[in-house]
Write a protein that binds this ligand. Structure first.
Ligand SMILES: [Zn+2]
Length: 83
């Protein structure tokens, strides 16, 4: 995996989130929100959908873990660069 950088200069491109920390966090944040919305919809459905709920929960948990770690690392980076 490439070393990630802060993408603050305004230059972005398709899949720049593989390099830009900010863009990766924003992408994961958006994906996590979408998963949370889907999860909310599944929760209103019948008991037959319980297995689907478990799949979405696992996907969200996995992404939330990645998101949380990226956010912690990012905040450490920002804090380290602040005089
Ligand atoms: Zn970017």
């Amino acid at each position: 995996m490439n070393r990630m950088i802060r993408g603050g200069d305004g230059s972005h491109w398709d899949e720049c989130q593989e390099l830009h920390w900010d863009c990766k966090i924003a992408m994961l944040d958006k994906e996590n929100l979408e998963l949370k919305i889907q999860l909310g919809k599944w929760k209103t459905k019948a008991e037959d959908d319980a297995q689907e709920i478990e799949i979405l929960k696992e996907a969200l948990d996995t992404r939330q873990t990645v998101y949380d770690q990226l956010l912690r690392d990012y905040m450490e980076l920002i804090h380290a660069k602040t005089p």
